[in-house]
Design a protein around this ligand. Sequence first.
Ligand code: SF4
Ligand code: SF4
Length: 239
Amino acid sequence: MNQITGLAKKLETLAKAQGAGLFGVADLTPAAELITQQGGEALGCFPRGISIGMPLSGQMVDIIAHQDNPHYMKSYHHHVYQVINPRLDFAALNLAAALEAEGFRALPAAASLTTDGKLLKGLFTHKLAANLAGLGWIGKSCLLITPEYGPRVRFATILTNALLPAGTPLENRCGDCKACIKICPPGALTGRPFNTDEPREKRFDAHKCDRHRTEKEKATGSLTCGLCVYICPHGKQMK
Ligand code: SF4
Ligand code: SF4
């Protein structure tokens, strides 16, 4: 095992010891322009992204079928944003520290942080890195769909200049399914396949999704929807 393969193995062991069910390395060079457009040169200059995914509790996702129950919806929101996302961020920080200890540059991108309130986007698209790492495909729901957990998994990415061996992107396996498009209450999903040459707006109207969740919050006290996560047959197979 050469030094860089040994480092990749060490990082995977460290990620999994912290609860990451999925670990992969993405070659980001084909997407450098897109990453630079979204996050600037400070992010676009990294040739690799380590993608780590933590699965959600399957039962916790199932309870969001009860959209009108504010107790269930608040429990789900807590599980995702106060339990899973902070765990991901700490794991990403530890992996970045391990890379820096080996003399490499490493930048952990936050699991979920909207930095552009106008476009409702963060600095980096974790699902793009996870797709390039071979952990799943970007489905019609615009979520990263994994063979193991469907969309019931959250991601963080550590950007690095360590030229770790990269995975191969997975082909889209949505087929004829339109379940997420049909269930989306405000019709925010267009069903167009993911394409790095097209802006997200062609596939997903983030403002429609946001307005729907804001209206829900006024009615039930919970900002969460997540029906596109709940309905995906690849996630339901987890059971
Ligand atoms: S979270 Fe709800 S409103 Fe937003 S895209 Fe998914 S199903 Fe549609
Ligand atoms: S619900 Fe169906 S169409 Fe939507 S992402 Fe999942 S498999 Fe693809």
